[in-house]
Ligand binder design. Sequence first.
Ligand code: FES
Length: 137
Amino acid sequence: FIPPAESNAGGAIIAKDKLGNPIPASQILAEPAGTRALIAGLAGEPTYLTVKQDGTLENVGIVDNCTHLGCTFPWNEIDQQFQCPCHGSRYSADGSVLRGPAPLPLKIVHVAVKDNSIWISPWTEIDPRTGETPWWV
Ligand code: FES
């Protein structure tokens, strides 16, 4: 048995829980479609993963760090928005700003499932929401 590596050359890391234990994809995929599950991602950043309607994981993760002043925020299932409790910013499901004071869309990361491990890697290409170089690159 060879334990899977926990990082690779492309800067990818394995998603973990708060205690630092790897989270198997099957654990998150056992949740209902539409679930936003928080994991510890790149540099330990709390990151939302989405269970899609087809029972797979969305390949884009949303970093739980408000672009206003850095609060963490919950997903509001009814409004289908991320809503920051600190000063009222709202974001759509893809992390675009719906209402300020947040000045920028939420940071996104790549999500990939391989052998029941969830790999998170940096998003350095064009931000599909703005068509521009990401503000965090
Ligand atoms: Fe989120 Fe201010 S930190 S709205």
